[in-house]
Design a protein around this ligand. Structure first.
Ligand code: SAH
Length: 262
């Protein structure tokens, strides 16, 4: 089990996530607390605070944490929300309902991006409400921003741990920035115009010799073939491979001609 340790260096993504606090207000099912711990840990969040949990510690919490028992062991249990957020600079509150009061409201993805940015400099807390009744207005009064997870139109209320999971996932994605897995071909040099022309010239030779290209329509056909090959945006290496296939066909054709003559 990997233990989380605060890293005193300038915060990188993981350190920022590890500091963001998830606060559950009066959770009634201990199993949900365990599932929340697991949902957090797999996404790199490590700080869990419980405000007046109905049952904690509890075997159901440990069973559902399954690999995230260390988070439960270190969870802070407090008597009041004010205590839980006393040293926080910005508090986000989650809500399944549209509240008709003037709290600024963000959707999960946007909120996670903002939280992650703020978390580089500030103490951030994200509050989740009771399974049945959510957060009360007087608790939302402690929040500077409300967060809503978009849902289908028929039902808006997620299971507590699943709501935590989605927000932690969005936080992890925010911490990773817009990077994507590198396409291995992107790392090889792009083909130059001269390389492409070399390939098209050789392709035309082969297709002419094979009888595929007929004089009257050859220009138009070559143009269409260029469109097809251009779509795959072959790299320099790939052009090399394509030319290799043509060279082998040419050698084979020459051998065949030799055999026919001999
Ligand atoms: N009936 C309650 C729902 C409670 S669900 C209500 O209307 O608020 C338990 C908790 O899960 C909520 O307090 C909230 O923290 C979170 N949650 C569930 N669905 C959510 C959603 N669509 N957006 C944001 N948080 C949600």
């Amino acid at each position: 089990m990997t233990e989380y340790k605060e890293n005193p260096r300038k915060p990188h993504g993981e350190d920022v996530l590890g500091r963001i606090r998830i606060i559950l207000v009066e959770p009634s099912h201990p199993g949900n607390i365990g599932s929340v711990a697991r949902a957090m840990k797999v996404m790199g969040l490590m700080r869990l605070t419980l405000v007046r949990p109905a049952h904690f510690p509890h075997p159901d919490a440990s069973a559902l944490a399954s690999g995230a028992e260390d988070l439960l062991a270190r969870a802070q249990v407090v008597d009041s929300l004010s205590l839980a957020i006393a040293d926080c600079h910005w508090v986000y509150g989650t809500s399944a309902r549209d509240r008709h009061i003037a709290w600024p409201m963000l959707e999960a993805r946007e909120a996670a991006q903002e939280m992650f940015q703020r978390g580089k400099e500030q103490e951030i807390a994200l509050l989740f409400g009771r399974e049945r009744t959510g957060l009360r207005n007087e608790e939302l009064d402690h929040c500077q921003t409300l967060v809503q997870i978009p849902t289908g139109s028929l039902y808006h209320s997620l299971n507590l741990a699943q709501a935590v999971q989605i927000l932690c996932y969005e936080l992890l994605m925010a911490s990773r920035g817009p990077t994507q897995l590198p396409d291995p071909e992107e790392t090889s040099a792009p083909a130059s115009a001269a390389e492409r022309e070399g390939f098209y010239g050789q392709l035309e030779e082969v297709l002419r010799a094979s009888g595929f290209l007929q004089e009257e329509r050859s220009e138009q056909m070559m143009r269409r073939l260029r469109r097809i090959y251009d779509r795959c945006q072959a790299s320099s290496n790939e052009i090399h491979i394509l030319r290799g296939t043509l060279t082998e066909i040419q050698r084979w054709a020459t051998r065949q001609q030799g055999e026919a003559r001999g």
